[in-house]
Design a protein. Structure first.
Length: 266
């Protein structure tokens, strides 16, 4: 997602437009799963040596678009629905609609757990909402010995209002989990994992209003930037995280059946 591949930048309107077009377009996408209101597409060959883009769509009845937008922003709520999460927190803010954050998640044995540092940006557009991210390096948050540092080439959500009190959620991701997993295994598992992940987010949306009423209901810094107390981060502190610059961790001898149990969210 980063222009030129080297410079860290904050996505602008053209980046959000491009992201929305990718979510809504069917050209070049291959349907891999379509059941119970969830559809999964991939772009690229499953057996390829590169990581595919995976796109998922779910129809969320009884969940307004703005509620799902809050769910995806609210790090305090995430532990309630994201059972694979180990830790997540915001590192610092760049602008009123961009920040840098950390996320780590559990992987099934014998895999090592993974983590990310990402630059995240968001944009409400009328009744629709977008959140997108890509991996960056921050000098105070280098790769840790107990995790494999994964790389988000591009990940994001498009939430579209769909009538009264309902929405459609798109999730598009291209993530390199690093380690020594064959890319075809990553691609196959990603397609298996995506429907479960989307259903979790939908259920989280149904339960969020009641939870939020009991947990600081007025606190939404993603909606009210004046509530944001994060320290400022300068773009000059950051650089693009390239997958090839990270150490390859040996995870050979991995039985494929182990992999299908993971359902991480990026």
């Amino acid at each position: 997602m980063s222009r030129g591949g080297e410079m860290v930048y904050i996505p602008d309107d053209s980046d959000f437009t491009s992201f929305r077009d990718q979510c809504e377009s069917l050209e070049g996408w291959h349907c891999r799963y379509n059941k119970a209101g969830v559809t999964v597409w991939s772009q690229g060959q499953e057996e390829s040596c590169t990581v595919q883009k995976i796109k998922t769509r779910i129809s969320c009845k009884d969940v307004p678009a703005e509620t799902l937008y809050d769910v995806l922003h609210d790090t305090r709520y995430r532990s309630k629905w994201d059972s694979n999460m180990i830790e997540t927190y915001d590192i610092g803010r760049l602008t009123v609609n961009a920040d840098v954050g950390y996320y780590s998640w559990k992987c099934p044995s014998p895999l090592k757990n993974r983590d990310f540092v990402t630059l995240r940006s968001w944009l409400p557009l009328g009744n629709d909402y977008m959140i997108i991210n890509y991996s960056v390096k921050h000098p105070k948050y280098p790769p840790r010995k107990d995790f494999v540092r994964a790389v988000s080439l591009q990940t994001g959500y498009l939430i579209k209002a769909n009538g009264d009190g309902a929405c459609i959620l798109y999730y598009l991701t291209q993530v390199d989990p690093r380690g020594s997993l064959p890319k075809w295994v990553v691609n196959r598992v990603s397609q298996f994992v995506a429907p479960k992940a989307m259903k979790k987010i939908y259920k989280a949306g149904l339960k969020y209003p009641e939870w939020k009423r009991r947990h600081d209901p007025g606190y939404k810094p993603w909606v009210y930037p004046e509530q944001n107390t994060l320290p400022s981060v300068s773009l000059a502190e950051l650089s693009v995280q390239h997958a090839e610059s990270l150490e390859n961790i040996d995870e050979t001898g991995l039985p494929e059946e182990h992999l299908s149990t993971s359902d991480h969210e990026a």
